[in-house]
Every structure is written in C-alpha cells, then in structure tokens.
Design a protein around this ligand. Structure first.
Ligand code: NAD
Ligand code: TYD
Length: 346
C-alpha cells in the first residue's frame, strides 16, 4: 500500500465498532499519522474498544457531538486536521424503528455540520455510508454506485440523506469528498444489538436466537477488516467526488448465517426461534464492488469465514460483552424481544 505523507485525521465515531477497527488498522499501517477520535460516547461508543492504544502519542480523544459545530471546528483547528473520516452515526435499524428522531439529528444534521466545518476550513471529508441506502434489491441485480437511492427504514433514510448532502456539497461548493457504502460488517467489538453478535452471544448463553420472519432475507456479511482496507484504498487512491461500494459481492440468507454461528460455537440448532418480522424488513442487499476492485482492493475474507471468525471472537472475548449485556442493553432487549419470543415458533 502506498505510504501517505503525515496526515492528521479526525475520526468521528472512532469508539464504535467499525471506527475502532479502522483506527487500530490505520495506526498500524500509517504510524506517522496522528488520529483524533471525536465521539459522543453513546451506548454504542466505548473507550475500551481502543484500550490498548490510548497511551500512544499519536492518538487522542475528544468527547463531543458531531452536531456541535463549535466543538467540531475547535477539534479540527486545535489538531491541524486535514482529513475527517465520518463514522459517527446512530446505526441500528431496529432502534430507528423504536426511536427515529435521534437518527435525523446525528446522521443528517451531524453530517451536515461536518460538511460546513470541512467547507470553512478546507478539509477533505470521507463519509461512511451503507448499502441500505439502495433499499431492497431484486434478485437479478447488484447495486452499482450510480443506482438511485431508495431507502426504506428510518435508519436507511437518514443515511441516504447524509450521503446526498455530501454529494450536494461536492457539486455546489466543490469541496473534496469521497464516500464508501459498506455492506453488513461483522467482527470484533460489534455492539450485540446487531444480528451476528446478538446471535453469537445468545448462543453462548444458550438463549433463543430470534430470527425475524422466515429468515430468508439476504445480506453480504463482510469482515470489518476488509471494510477498513476498502476505506484506506479510497483515502489513498480514490477519485475525489466519487462513491465506492465496499462488500464481498456475495450474500447468504440469515438462516445460513445462523447455521454458521451455531456450528462454529457447537450449539444446538433448536435454539432458533422464528419471531414476528421487522416492519418494512429489506429482503435483500447486494452490491457490485468492481469499482473498488479497480483501485487494486480485494477482500481477504469470504462471508462464511467472516461470520465464523466473528462468532469465535465473541466466544473468546466474554469480558468485552458480558458487562454490556447485563447493563442498559437488557432494557432494549426486553422491549424488542420479550413479546416476540413469547409468541415464537420453531
Ligand atoms: P456503532 O453504532 O458501533 O458506532 C457509532 C459510533 O458513533 C459510536 O462510537 C457512537 O458513540 C458515535 N456517535 C453516535 N452519535 C454521535 C454523535 N452525535 N456525535 C459523535 N459521535 C457519535 O456503528 P458502526 O456499526 O461502527 O457504524 C459506523 C458507520 O458505518 C456508521 O456511519 C454506519 O452507518 C456505517 N455502516 C455500518 C455498517 C455495519 O454493518 N455496522 C455497514 C455499513 C455502514
Ligand atoms: P442487522 O444486524 O440488524 O443489520 P441490517 O438490518 O442493518 O441488515 O440484521 C441483519 C439481518 O438479520 C437482517 O436481515 C435482520 C435480521 N435480524 C434477525 O432476524 N433477528 C434479529 O434479532 C436481528 C437484530 C436481525
């Protein structure tokens, strides 16, 4: 990989799942670079995700909201930031169905504030978007970057709005931006509200696995490491103003994913319970990733390996997730699953 000149990054949402994996990866690959993590530390943002790195002179933390323009501007000016990488977001579809407004506050307005600061201070912005902006994809298609956006959940709609604001700023003001649209990521430090960590930790605890509807929905479960190398590729070699899909280009059904989790953890498949479906559940996501491959990137993991490796990580790192599952997470779990599991079928 080409070496960058020393560069100062503001990584928003760097204490979350993908952000913390990206910070760890980036610091290893670019030891000359300085990284400032800017994070509100919501329930999903955990300082301990980077516990091994806080002693580094090249890493610091600013606790703040991306919607706070003065605080974002100050963090950029104080640290001579030349690149903002925006991971900060509310990220869970089910939470967006229970309480959607914070998704607009952070994902739309927060991204807008970052764009304003980037414009004012002439800073490049790389925005992390998602395959969910394309909406549900019919069986004979893979989304390409020029497809129309057709989001269907409050989460996806807020991400689509952010994605389009970033593109609008590039067109209107000519500010240097790039966007990556990631597939469903799996790997270390993913908050256990998402399917793979939820199913893995439930299986380890011998609790039921709540599969929404028939479980035949399709997702591209990509290893977070490959997302990080994809973002790095775009930061180093991407064309300014362009959008790049990042995934494996291969999907599996949720039932196939559950089988991998249960087989990896050597657990009984009778734990699977089919529960009431998520409203508006997107049936299939699928992306064509040729544009990123053309920059020389390729994924290291196939989706089956990625899911199995993630499940193993939860088995080996109980000290990370046990305190989460016994804390505030319980209240959410009750709200989301108690009734569903009470009426569950096999
Ligand atoms: P996450 O929920 O694990 O982490 C989000 C982080 O953002 C947390 O550290 C949180 O504290 C921080 N944050 C939230 N609101 C904030 C605010 N107002 N100001 C500052 N910080 C705030 O999320 P993730 O799964 O790591 O996702 C990171 C990004 O990648 C998001 O933009 C998400 O939309 C996108 N994405 C995620 C996936 C996936 O599978 N998880 C796939 C594609 C794209
Ligand atoms: P999730 O990890 O929430 O990602 P997304 O909805 O953003 O793709 O869910 C992945 C898939 O797993 C999705 O099809 C919904 C399904 N799912 C369940 O069947 N049960 C669950 O409890 C959860 C959280 C998800």
């Amino acid at each position: 990989m080409t070496r960058l000149h020393p560069i100062n990054l503001l990584v928003t949402g760097g204490c979350g799942f993908i952000g913390s994996n990206f910070v760890r990866y980036w610091m290893r690959q670019h030891p000359e670079s300085k990284v400032v993590v800017y994070d509100k530390l919501t329930y999903a943002g955990r300082k301990e995700n980077l516990a091994d790195l806080w002693d580094s002179p090249n890493l610091s933390l600013v606790v703040g909201d991306i919607g706070d323009m003065d605080a974002v501007r100050r963090a950029c000016q104080d640290n001579a930031i030349d690149l903002i990488v925006n991971f900060a977001a509310e990220t869970h579809v089910d939470q967006s169905i229970l309480g959607p407004l914070v998704f607009t506050d952070t994902n739309v307005r927060g991204t807008h504030v970052l764009l304003e600061v980037a414009r004012e201070l002439s800073i490049r912005l790389h925005h992390i978007s998602t395959d969910e902006v394309y909406g549900h994809i019919r069986d004979d298609h893979q989304s390409v970057e020029t497809d129309e956006l057709a989001p269907r959940s409050p989460y996806a709609a807020s991400k689509a709005a952010a994605d389009q604001l970033v593109q609008a700023y590039a067109i209107t003001y000519g500010i240097p931006v790039t966007i990556t649209r990631g597939a469903n990521n799996v790997g270390p430090y993913q908050y256990p509200e998402k399917a793979v960590p939820l199913f893995s930790t439930n299986a380890i605890l011998n609790e039921p696995i709540p599969v929404y509807g028939d479980g035949l929905q399709m997702r591209d479960y990509a290893h977070v490491h490959d997302h990080c190398t994809g973002i790095e590729t775009v930061l180093l070699r991407g064309i300014i103003g362009e959008v790049y899909n990042v995934g494996t280009g291969r999907e599996m059904t949720n039932l196939e994913m559950v089988d991998i989790v249960l087989d990896t953890l050597d657990k009984d498949h009778a734990l699977v319970k089919h529960v009431t479906d998520r409203p508006g559940h997107d049936r299939r996501y699928s992306m064509n990733v040729d544009k990123l491959r053309a920059l020389g990137w390729q994924p290291q993991y196939d989706p089956k390996q990625a899911v199995a490796e993630a499940a193993r990580w939860y088995a080996e790192n109980r000290t990370w997730w046990e305190p989460i599952r016994s804390g505030e997470f319980r209240e959410y779990y009750e709200k989301q699953y108690a009734e569903r599991l009470a009426g569950a079928g096999q």
